[in-house]
Design a protein around this ligand. Structure first.
Ligand SMILES: NC(=O)c1ccc[n+]([C@@H]2O[C@H](COP(=O)([O-])OP(=O)(O)OC[C@H]3O[C@@H](n4cnc5c(N)ncnc54)[C@H](OP(=O)(O)O)[C@@H]3O)[C@@H](O)[C@H]2O)c1
Length: 270
């Protein structure tokens, strides 16, 4: 596989590269660059990947260029590198919400440049990532798509999207959702402590319950409601908890918060 470069060495790059390290990717092929030397040197030492001298050096060295920077820096970085981008060679992989392939293409000014969007998430760090991808189908070769899938499958599952607009939904349902789940696990841990459990044990119990429940939804092909019903014995303890969750608007809090996240992603540039 050709060389892979990450412009940006923050949270999402760290998660993806750590996942790649765990899957024994050839680290000689991975380059990173960040705004400050401090960030890239720290990550380079931690994960044993190579530092590019700057963004232009990274573009010269790598075929697959991950844009792992905040979208407000896109214009500046594309202005810096666009004269070094070769449509015959390079593939741009944009990780930012809110910017369409066409808008990114306008920044580069290169009509036939291969650009795709990907929306990974933080659990990539432990090899359990979920990445949505959208390709500009007309111009990607099968080999390039296979390389890119290999990269993302290295740290989790990949879902190819048919419509670019679905990327905004992915921001809320799989990219941001680990944050909601961490809040839930933290609160479950507090409840465990309130009822007398040691805090560390409470987090372990809550996290494993969440992971096991998610695994059942994925593997048993059953409706989540059916699985919930199976835990709620008539007149039992679980239905008492479910009643309070319904009274306090647990479902609508989730739906409304995810809608807010979706709308923010959709209107990020406004
Ligand atoms: N975090 C997630 O879970 C997640 C999930 C899916 C998608 N995303 C998207 O991925 C992108 C990165 O997110 P993040 O959470 O990784 O952000 P982050 O932790 O804030 O990292 C951003 C990185 O960009 C670097 N940077 C800024 N300007 C630069 C420049 N001119 N040239 C090279 N590098 C530059 C920063 O370098 P310094 O550290 O040296 O300042 C930093 O390493 C965002 O668009 C985000 O929306 C994030």
């Amino acid at each position: 596989m050709d060389k892979i470069g990450f412009i940006g060495a923050g949270n999402v790059s760290k998660a993806m590269i750590t996942g790649m390290v765990r899957k024994k990717f050839d680290l000689d092929r991975i380059y990173i660059n960040s705004k400050t030397n401090e960030t890239k040197e720290r990550l380079s030492i931690e994960l044993m990947v190579k530092c590019a001298k700057n963004n232009i050096d990274l573009v010269k060295k790598c075929k697959y260029i991950f844009f792992a920077i905040k979208s407000q820096h896109y214009k500046h970085v594309f202005d810096e590198i666009k004269d070094y981008l070769d449509p015959e060679r390079h593939v741009i992989i944009s990780l930012a919400p809110g910017y369409t392939i066409e808008e990114i293409r306008q920044y580069t000014g290169i009509e036939n440049l291969k650009i795709m969007r990907a929306m990974p998430n933080i659990p990539s760090l432990v090899g359990e990532g979920m990445t949505g991808v959208f390709y500009d189908k007309n111009i990607f070769t099968d080999e390039e798509k296979s390389d890119i899938n290999t990269i993302f499958q290295g740290f989790g599952e990949v879902q190819e999207l048919d419509e670019e607009g679905h990327m905004d939904s992915l921001v809320s349902i799989s990219a941001s959702s680990p944050a909601y789940v961490y809040i839930m696990i933290e609160a479950m841990g507090d409840a465990g402590v309130l009822t007398g459990l040691p805090r560390k044990m409470a987090y372990k119990l809550a996290a494993q319950a969440v992971m096991g429940a998610a695994k059942m939804v994925k593997e048993l092909d059953m409706h989540p409601g059916e699985l919930k019903d199976a835990v709620c014995s008539p007149g039992g303890t679980t239905i008492e908890a479910v009643k309070v969750l319904e009274d306090r608007g647990f479902r609508s809090a989730l739906i409304e918060s995810m809608l807010a996240c979706y709308n923010k992603a959709k209107n990020l540039k406004k």
